[in-house]
Design a protein around this ligand. Sequence first.
Ligand code: ADP
Ligand code: ZN
Ligand code: ZN
Length: 737
Amino acid sequence: MYADIIVDISQEQLDKTFQYRIPPELENEVQIGVMVQIPFGRGNRLLTGYVIGIGSTPKIPAEKIKDIDSVSQSGIQAVGRMIQLAAWLKKQYGSTMNQALKTVLPVKEKVRQKEKKTVRLAVSKEKAAEYLALYEKKNAVARVRLLKALCKTDENGLDTAVLKEQYQITTQTIQALEKQNVITVETQELYRNPVRETAPGQERLILNEAQQKAVTQFCTQFDAGERKPWLLYGVTGSGKTLCYIEMIQHVTAQGKQAIVLIPEIALTFQTVQRFYRRFGSQVSVLHSRMSKGERYDQFLRAMRGEISIMIGPRSALFTPFTNLGLIIMDEEHEGAYKSEQAPRYHARETAVHIAKMCGAGVVFGSATPSVEAFYRAKKNEYTLLELPRRASGTLPAVYTVDLREELKCGNRSVFSRRLQELIQRRLAAKEQIILFLNKRGYAGFVSCRMCGHVLKCPHCDISLTEHKNGKMVCHYCGYEQPRVTRCPVCGSKYISGFRAGTQQIEEAVKKMYPQARVLRMDMDTTAGKEGHEKILAAFSAQEADILVGTQMIVKGHDFPNVTLVGVLAADMSLYAGDYRAAERTFELLTQAAGRAGRGRQAGEVVIQTYTPQHYSIAAAAAQNYEQFYEEEIAFRSIMDYPPVCNMLMVTLSSKNEEQLLAACTFLKEVIPEWKKEQVRITGPVAAGVYKRNDYYNQVVYLKATAYEKLTACKDRLETLCRENTLFRSIGLQFDFN
Ligand code: ADP
Ligand code: ZN
Ligand code: ZN
């Protein structure tokens, strides 16, 4: 047997592996993730490396392969565990080992560590005075300045930066006196702490009854060694964060560490501050705007045990703690928890896997759990903890407005009469308003303004997407039909695509309410480095009356003065052309409603829609998650969508269209073989975006009850791609569920 070994964990070197023979006496010990000693180069210098793969085929003539010298450590350490995790990601989600390693390893980058250098006297003040006299005599003015400055300060010494700036002392002068043992220079690594420190220990909130019950149940089960994941299902504003904090307190008190995943947007704002206030410098934060060097610093601190709580987006999962006890995943339903590049892992499943490797617990939290998570809780694979009420205040009143009725009454404005009236009232009362456009996932559906009918695929029950060539296409099965000019249900000619942007809304608001101060938040206005924070902070400081924006504005923020939320066209995200559209819409509407009335005054929500009868809109209006869940899971069962079934989307792409089509024709011949093994297959068909960046794309959809059936198909496709010449120019991408 042979092992693939990496010797240098730095960004550029990850794909450089060396093959070594595993001597028989080490066969039991050598496994993926183990640290080994290997003879390297001509001189056979012993180097330390990590095993990242094991196989039986030599890649160079077998006689040239050297033996592994020894196994360095018994057991797997933090980095080794990350390598094992990479191997799992590769197998589970499809990628190269190098892509997987880059995802999980705290990669060193050649950045200079920022340092703090402190200069102190190495001699007594009397002795220093003697030196001073000596230098004065010699007219060594720089040395005189340096000694005088040091004599005036206490034993804390002076920073080199201060000496340079205020006293014009050069490095040479410092080095010269250091050589003569007159002074000492102490170097300290400066970690770049990404969040402004806030003083810990503000007043502590006392858990309410529901919170206490959830936390106690968690602690009792955790201490009893129970490691089934927990799902903390608590309505918006029910105080989930306080529960997380208490759970972390419990686990870190046992000398263990915790990882807290939160969506990127919440990272920069209020949530992180709450953790800082409670845990102070035990906390570190990762976010996507940090440089690789900064991220590496934070991983290093974690590995050295200098911090015990890491907060960050999904990549914080890979923090190499040595004794991980708990992973918390807030807003578990968030789409951002799935990676968009290979390996396309989902943080939910990956968290469960990491926790299993480390013996840690996992807590998922949400007001609108993903259908997957709630399904598992129902099947008793997760333990359900509930917070049914807001911690303070009540849930807002929600009104649904039927936009078809507005049209019949001659109101062609983007604001219904109800919403106009409520906006007016809020402006008069000096309360704040959020106007929300749920454009997320919007994919060009066509609907009837008179009856609300939406064109859908007859096979997949998914809305059709309008293409430039005028055809209506299903992205799952390739079904297409010509664009219609009259509604097939009511015959109206008001059937068309749905278009509205935040900018138009902003203009409409300004025109209708010239006295109102308006802020807009979307991709365009938040492009700058601190775009988000600036807008949110301004709105929070009540520098505006109305905030117009996309989904960014409805996630997790706490604006106590907001008493009205208007959802302008709930349908936009409902017909996104994929099986999660209804779920996403319910989530967005509920989260949006959750922004209203979090302070002292009660809140109101207006949901404008052409299809008020749709179950996801009706359930959101009723603020009833379980009502939504029951309808949704029925739909998923009938149509065989996840979580009832597993689904794999494979994208085949090539710059050469002919070769792509030839490969697909070949695939169509072999696929019937795979179908025998309880795998259902659609395609290959042209992808939603057939040509992108010069690449032509075809997709295949596979469904199977058992996940392993799909990973087996993935392995077969990878083998085809490696070994069959027809596939030479073809790239593969895998996307599970
Ligand atoms: P969620 O994350 O569930 O939406 P938060 O954790 O943001 O809710 O809490 C909502 C609000 O309720 C916050 O302002 C928080 O300070 C307050 N809160 C939470 N728990 C308590 C409590 N036990 N007593 C008083 N106020 C609380
Ligand atoms: Zn119609
Ligand atoms: Zn279809």
